[in-house]
Design a protein around this ligand. Structure first.
Ligand code: GLC
Ligand code: GLC
Length: 943
């Protein structure tokens, strides 16, 4: 651009280039990139100050929450009236966001009418101003034949700073630009509008949203471009808004998701932040304005002031003899004689100089060609400074967004509107270039808002309605997963009934209540070395336990885990046990102990019917297992046979225990009061010490044995009985297999159709209904079913049911835990979803997290209801009014999920008022429990 000037000055008599003269005169208006970076950094600090509750009152930049939570997703619909007040013109509009047309410009129809506002109304009484607004609205309805029979939804674009506590309310903080109507500042402008509508009469209007023009601009562009999360106005006034993380907005409750913040950056500098850059002309403009001392940045940047700045510079230069040979006209002395439109005309590409000359002549001046060049350059300098300052502000906002989202580079779109940006021939280009230089790590697209602030206001309303209806539908969807205290008490009661029934001798029972033949918990005197073997879901564990050392030490050392391939879990039983035997062999090799015949405890985490501590007939597989020819067989014999088939080592299998029992045993080793073991992992289960006299099935068998038994044996029995009495009441640990609750239909009123899907797709349909509501193997699937449903109803992932979402098992427990641990404004949720190949918006992430929360909360509550039944039963067994009882607990869900344990505890407390339950996470896991069981069993034998 300087080229034109240089060339023309070269031909103009080789005297000094007139632009240099201007540059020297206006050197403080030239802002270099490092200065702009300083300003940008300073503005970033101001934004922080405005967002924080402590410093907001003192902050110049107000950072006003707008209660706009989301940009459009293209599915918005509806028909709205819009009032647009505070831009260059007052307009009334009807905006139709058409249903079904989806994303695209074609989706919105606008009819509008401009209503001039008489000068005197701007500075008259607020009542008059709003009456004018409301009467214009009435005229518009009449003009466009809009029926007034029904309530008319209306959005109000009001381009002034408002403190909003909801979307459709807002106190005017102060007027800006050329408005100054009395009695409105500090008042709710929606209320003022309603009052005026009532006075006008004949209309029934519902104001749904109060929207700043920056916000409306962002929304308009956001309708076509989902990356648009910044709105910028450079018109009569200037401001910008952007999507901020809710957790950073102190003034609004909630910390999940985002909200648009209207920065009101026009006030930047009101506290002196821009003093280094302010010129005497800025001071003059400010002093002569409606609001001296206020909106300092706005007065350096926006359309209301640019022309005036140019006039003051030209006047001063003329007075100093630097222009027009020192002559000054009255017109040049008159405020408002040079407008922003003039500034734009002076900088036009081809006609700029000619226009400048005409403008000056109209001001009764006689400019030389050099004068014209100089004045044009003044205009360029003033408007260039404006775009530079806007660029610095935008750079601050973009950097903040990039940092908020922990991104190295940011792709973003800025929606822009305003007369200066739109009509000045060079403004937009310069702005874009400077922004690119200041924030090279942001890929910014600028989009001129089409339909501007009015269409946007309608969209704000439409988005709010979409969110509200979406919210309602999501709430409705999740409501069957939310269980009342009454429901949970029912579950407790049913569990209690099932526990009692299972102890009886005749089955079948939903809750199997399997005797474990573990009569005692450890007393701490156990000693010796044991091999602990464990078959869980996806792996087999071998562990050498030295009971002479602490349990924790044991679990770290001498430990090996062998993954079990899925083919083997679902192949033949012989293959499965051969595989296990091979793992044991490998472990003994590894420990160098193949020659020793070690006593071994076997943790087998499936339901087994036991007749002694060292036999167990598998009742049925649960969780992911399906190996053939195992159900109905003694798993200890199967293991022994597999070892025999190998013939390279020998093992003395002393005990077989369920993992719940193992857990209880290992916790009881630390705390002898512990008489309950709880597992919440892949599966869920509970065991507890039951009084022998209550275990009908064992008591009957015992009676049978005793009748058939010989004299010596009876002696033995009598001996043992005596010992047990010494130790207190005779008890036996019962493996409840509570996962089967509901298999008889008793939970049908709680089971949702999502649960039914999960059940139907499982390896054991109809079985383990309670487990399927609680444990890690199924929670992710329940979540997936809910997400599938929400998506197919268009409430999630833009309605796109992807292959990923259709893939069973993608939501592993660890992902649930990660999603629910998110404290980083959903960043973690999004990254988990991204890992899973699900492209989510911020709103999607909120919903996904909510679904996970509902499902895991329900799981913890149901588990708590079950546990409440167990502890109350123990309390009643002991005839106590109050019971303090520790529960040994293990399992990945319990251990890793951020909220499960808390909700579990809370629920037990709520449902078992007479019990005080504490939880002891098992240290050594169920493996050491198997060793302890073996040790206890051996001791009993030795006795
Ligand atoms: C003024 C107003 C602000 C508006 C801007 C652009 O700065 O205070 O609310 O966004 O002008 O119209
Ligand atoms: C399943 C099994 C049960 C086990 C539980 C936890 O419910 O049936 O035996 O204790 O999972 O692993």
């Amino acid at each position: 651009m300087f080229a034109v000037h240089l060339v023309s000055s070269f031909f103009s008599k080789l005297q000094e280039d007139p632009t240099k003269k201007v540059d020297r005169f206006l050197y403080t208006m030239h802002l270099h990139d490092d200065q702009l970076s300083d300003i940008s950094a300073c503005f970033q600090a101001e934004m922080k100050k405005g967002l924080s509750a402590e410093s907001n009152a003192a902050a110049a930049v107000k950072m006003l929450p707008t209660h706009v939570h989301s940009t459009p997703d293209g599915s918005e619909k509806g028909q709205f009236l819009v009032l647009d007040l505070g831009g260059s013109k007052f307009k009334v509009l009807q905006v139709k966001v058409r249903e079904g047309t989806g994303i695209g410009r074609g989706g919105v129809d606008i009819e509008e009418k401009i209503y001039p506002i008489p000068e005197e109304l701007l500075t008259g009484s607020g009542k008059e101003l709003f009456d004018h607004v409301s009467e214009s609205l009435k005229d518009f309805l009449h003009d466009k034949n809009i029926s007034v029979e029904n309530k008319l939804p209306l959005a109000f674009t009001f381009s002034f700073p408002c403190e909003q506590s909801t979307l459709n309310q807002g106190l005017l903080l102060h007027w800006s630009k050329n408005f100054r109507a009395r009695g409105v500042q500090g008042k709710d402008v929606v209320q003022a509008l309603r009052g005026a509508v009532d006075r006008t009469g004949g209309m029934d209007v519902e104001v749904l949203a109060l929207v700043n023009d920056t916000v409306a601009t962002m929304m308009t562009c956001g309708f076509d471009d989902r990356y648009c999360e910044v709105g910028l106005i450079v018109g009569s006034g200037t401001s910008a808004c952007y999507m901020e993380e809710l957790r950073h907005i102190d003034l609004v409750e909630g910390d999940e998701g985002r909200m648009c913040v209207n920065t009101e950056w026009g006030a930047f500098g009101d506290d002196g932040a821009l003093n280094d850059y302010i010129t005497e002309f800025d001071r003059e403009v400010d002093a002569a304005s409606n609001n001296p001392g206020k909106q300092i940045l706005e007065k350096m940047v926006s359309g209301m002031y640019l022309g005036e700045l140019v006039r003051l510079v030209v006047l001063k230069m003329a007075k100093l003899g630097l222009l027009f040979e020192g002559s000054v006209s009255d017109a040049l002395r008159t405020k408002g004689k040079i407008t922003t439109a003039h500034v734009a005309a002076m900088e036009e590409y081809k006609n700029g100089l000619k226009n400048t000359r005409n403008i000056l002549v109209d001001l009764d001046l006689s400019p030389t060609p050099d004068d014209c060049i100089a004045v044009q350059h003044v205009s360029t300098t003033v408007s260039f400074r404006s775009s530079n300052l806007v660029a610095a502000g935008l750079a601050a906002i973009l950097t903040r967004i990039r940092q908020n989202r922990h991104l190295r580079t940011l792709r973003i779109t800025v929606g822009v509107d305003g007369t200066v940006y739109k009509t000045h021939p060079r403004y937009a280009n310069r702005l874009h270039k400077v922004v690119q230089r200041l924030v090279p790590d942001c890929h910014v697209r600028f989009v001129l808002s089409d339909g501007g602030s009015s269409k946007g206001a309608a969209l704000v309303t439409a988005v709010a309605e979409r969110l509200a209806s979406q919210r309602q539908q999501v709430d409705e969807t999740l409501s069957p997963l939310r269980l009342s205290r009454e429901k949970l008490l029912l579950v407790k009661k049913r569990m209690r009934g099932a526990l009692e029934a299972g102890l009886k001798s005749k089955g079948p029972f939903a809750v199997k209540m399997l005797p474990s033949y573990v009569y005692q918990t450890p007393d701490g005197t156990e000693h010796g070395k044991y091999l602990a073997l464990g078959l869980g879901r996806t792996n087999f564990r071998a562990l050498l336990v030295d009971l002479n050392k602490g349990l924790q030490q044991n679990s770290r050392l001498n430990h090996k885990i062998y993954p079990i391939p899925v083919e083997i879990t679902q192949g033949s039983g012989e293959e499965l046990f051969d595989h296990i035997a091979q793992c044991v062999g490998d472990f003994l090799d590894y420990m160098g102990m193949k020659g020793a015949r070690l006593p071994a405890g076997f943790t087998f985490s499936f339901p087994c019917k036991q007749t002694g501590i060292d036999t167990g007939t598998l009742v049925s597989w649960t969780k992911g297992f399906k190996a053939t020819d195992c159900e109905g067989h003694d798993v200890v014999s199967m293991l022994r046979e597999a070892i025999k088939r190998r013939n390279d080592f020998d093992l003395d299998i002393v005990s077989v225990v369920n993992d719940a029992v193992g857990t209880m045993m290992s916790c009881a080793y630390e705390d002898p009061q512990c008489e309950i073991g709880l597992i919440v992992g892949t599966g869920t289960n509970v065991c507890y010490m039951e009084e022998l006299k209550n275990i009908e099935k064992v008591e009957q068998e015992k009676g049978k044995e005793e009748r058939e038994g010989e004299e010596e044996k009876q002696d033995d029995g009598a001996e043992r009985q005596k010992k047990e009495e010494d130790a207190g009441i005779p008890k036996m640990c019962i493996n409840t297999e509570w996962g089967g609750l509901g298999d008889d239909g008793s939970l049908d009123d709680i089971i949702t159709h999502y649960d039914m899907e999960v059940d139907q797709n499982s390896l054991n349909p109809g079985k383990q209904r309670f487990e399927k509501l609680i444990s890690g193997m199924y929670l992710g699937e329940v979540v997936r079913q809910v997400l599938l449903d929400l998506t197919s109803r268009g409430l999630l992932f833009r309605g796109q049911v992807t292959e990923t979402l259709k893939t069973p098992g993608i939501f592993q427990t660890k992902y649930l835990s990660q999603i629910e641990s998110d404290r980083l404004a959903l960043l973690q949720v999004r990254s988990v979803l991204q890992q899973l190949g699900l492209d989510s918006t911020c709103d999607d992430s909120i919903i996904v997290k909510e679904v996970c929360g509902a499902v895991s909360h329900r799981a913890a509550q149901l588990c708590g209801a079950g546990l409440a039944a167990v502890v109350d039963k123990i309390r009643e067994n002991r005839g106590l009014d109050h019971l303090d009882i520790p529960v040994g607990v293990a399992g990945s869900l319990y251990k890793l999920h951020p909220h499960f344990s808390g909700f579990l505890q809370e629920t037990v407390k709520m449902l078992a008022l007479q019990c005080n339950v504490t939880f002891l996470p098992s240290e050594g896991g169920s493996g050491t429990g198997a060793a302890l069981t073996a040790a206890v069993a051996r001791k009993t034998l030795e006795m």
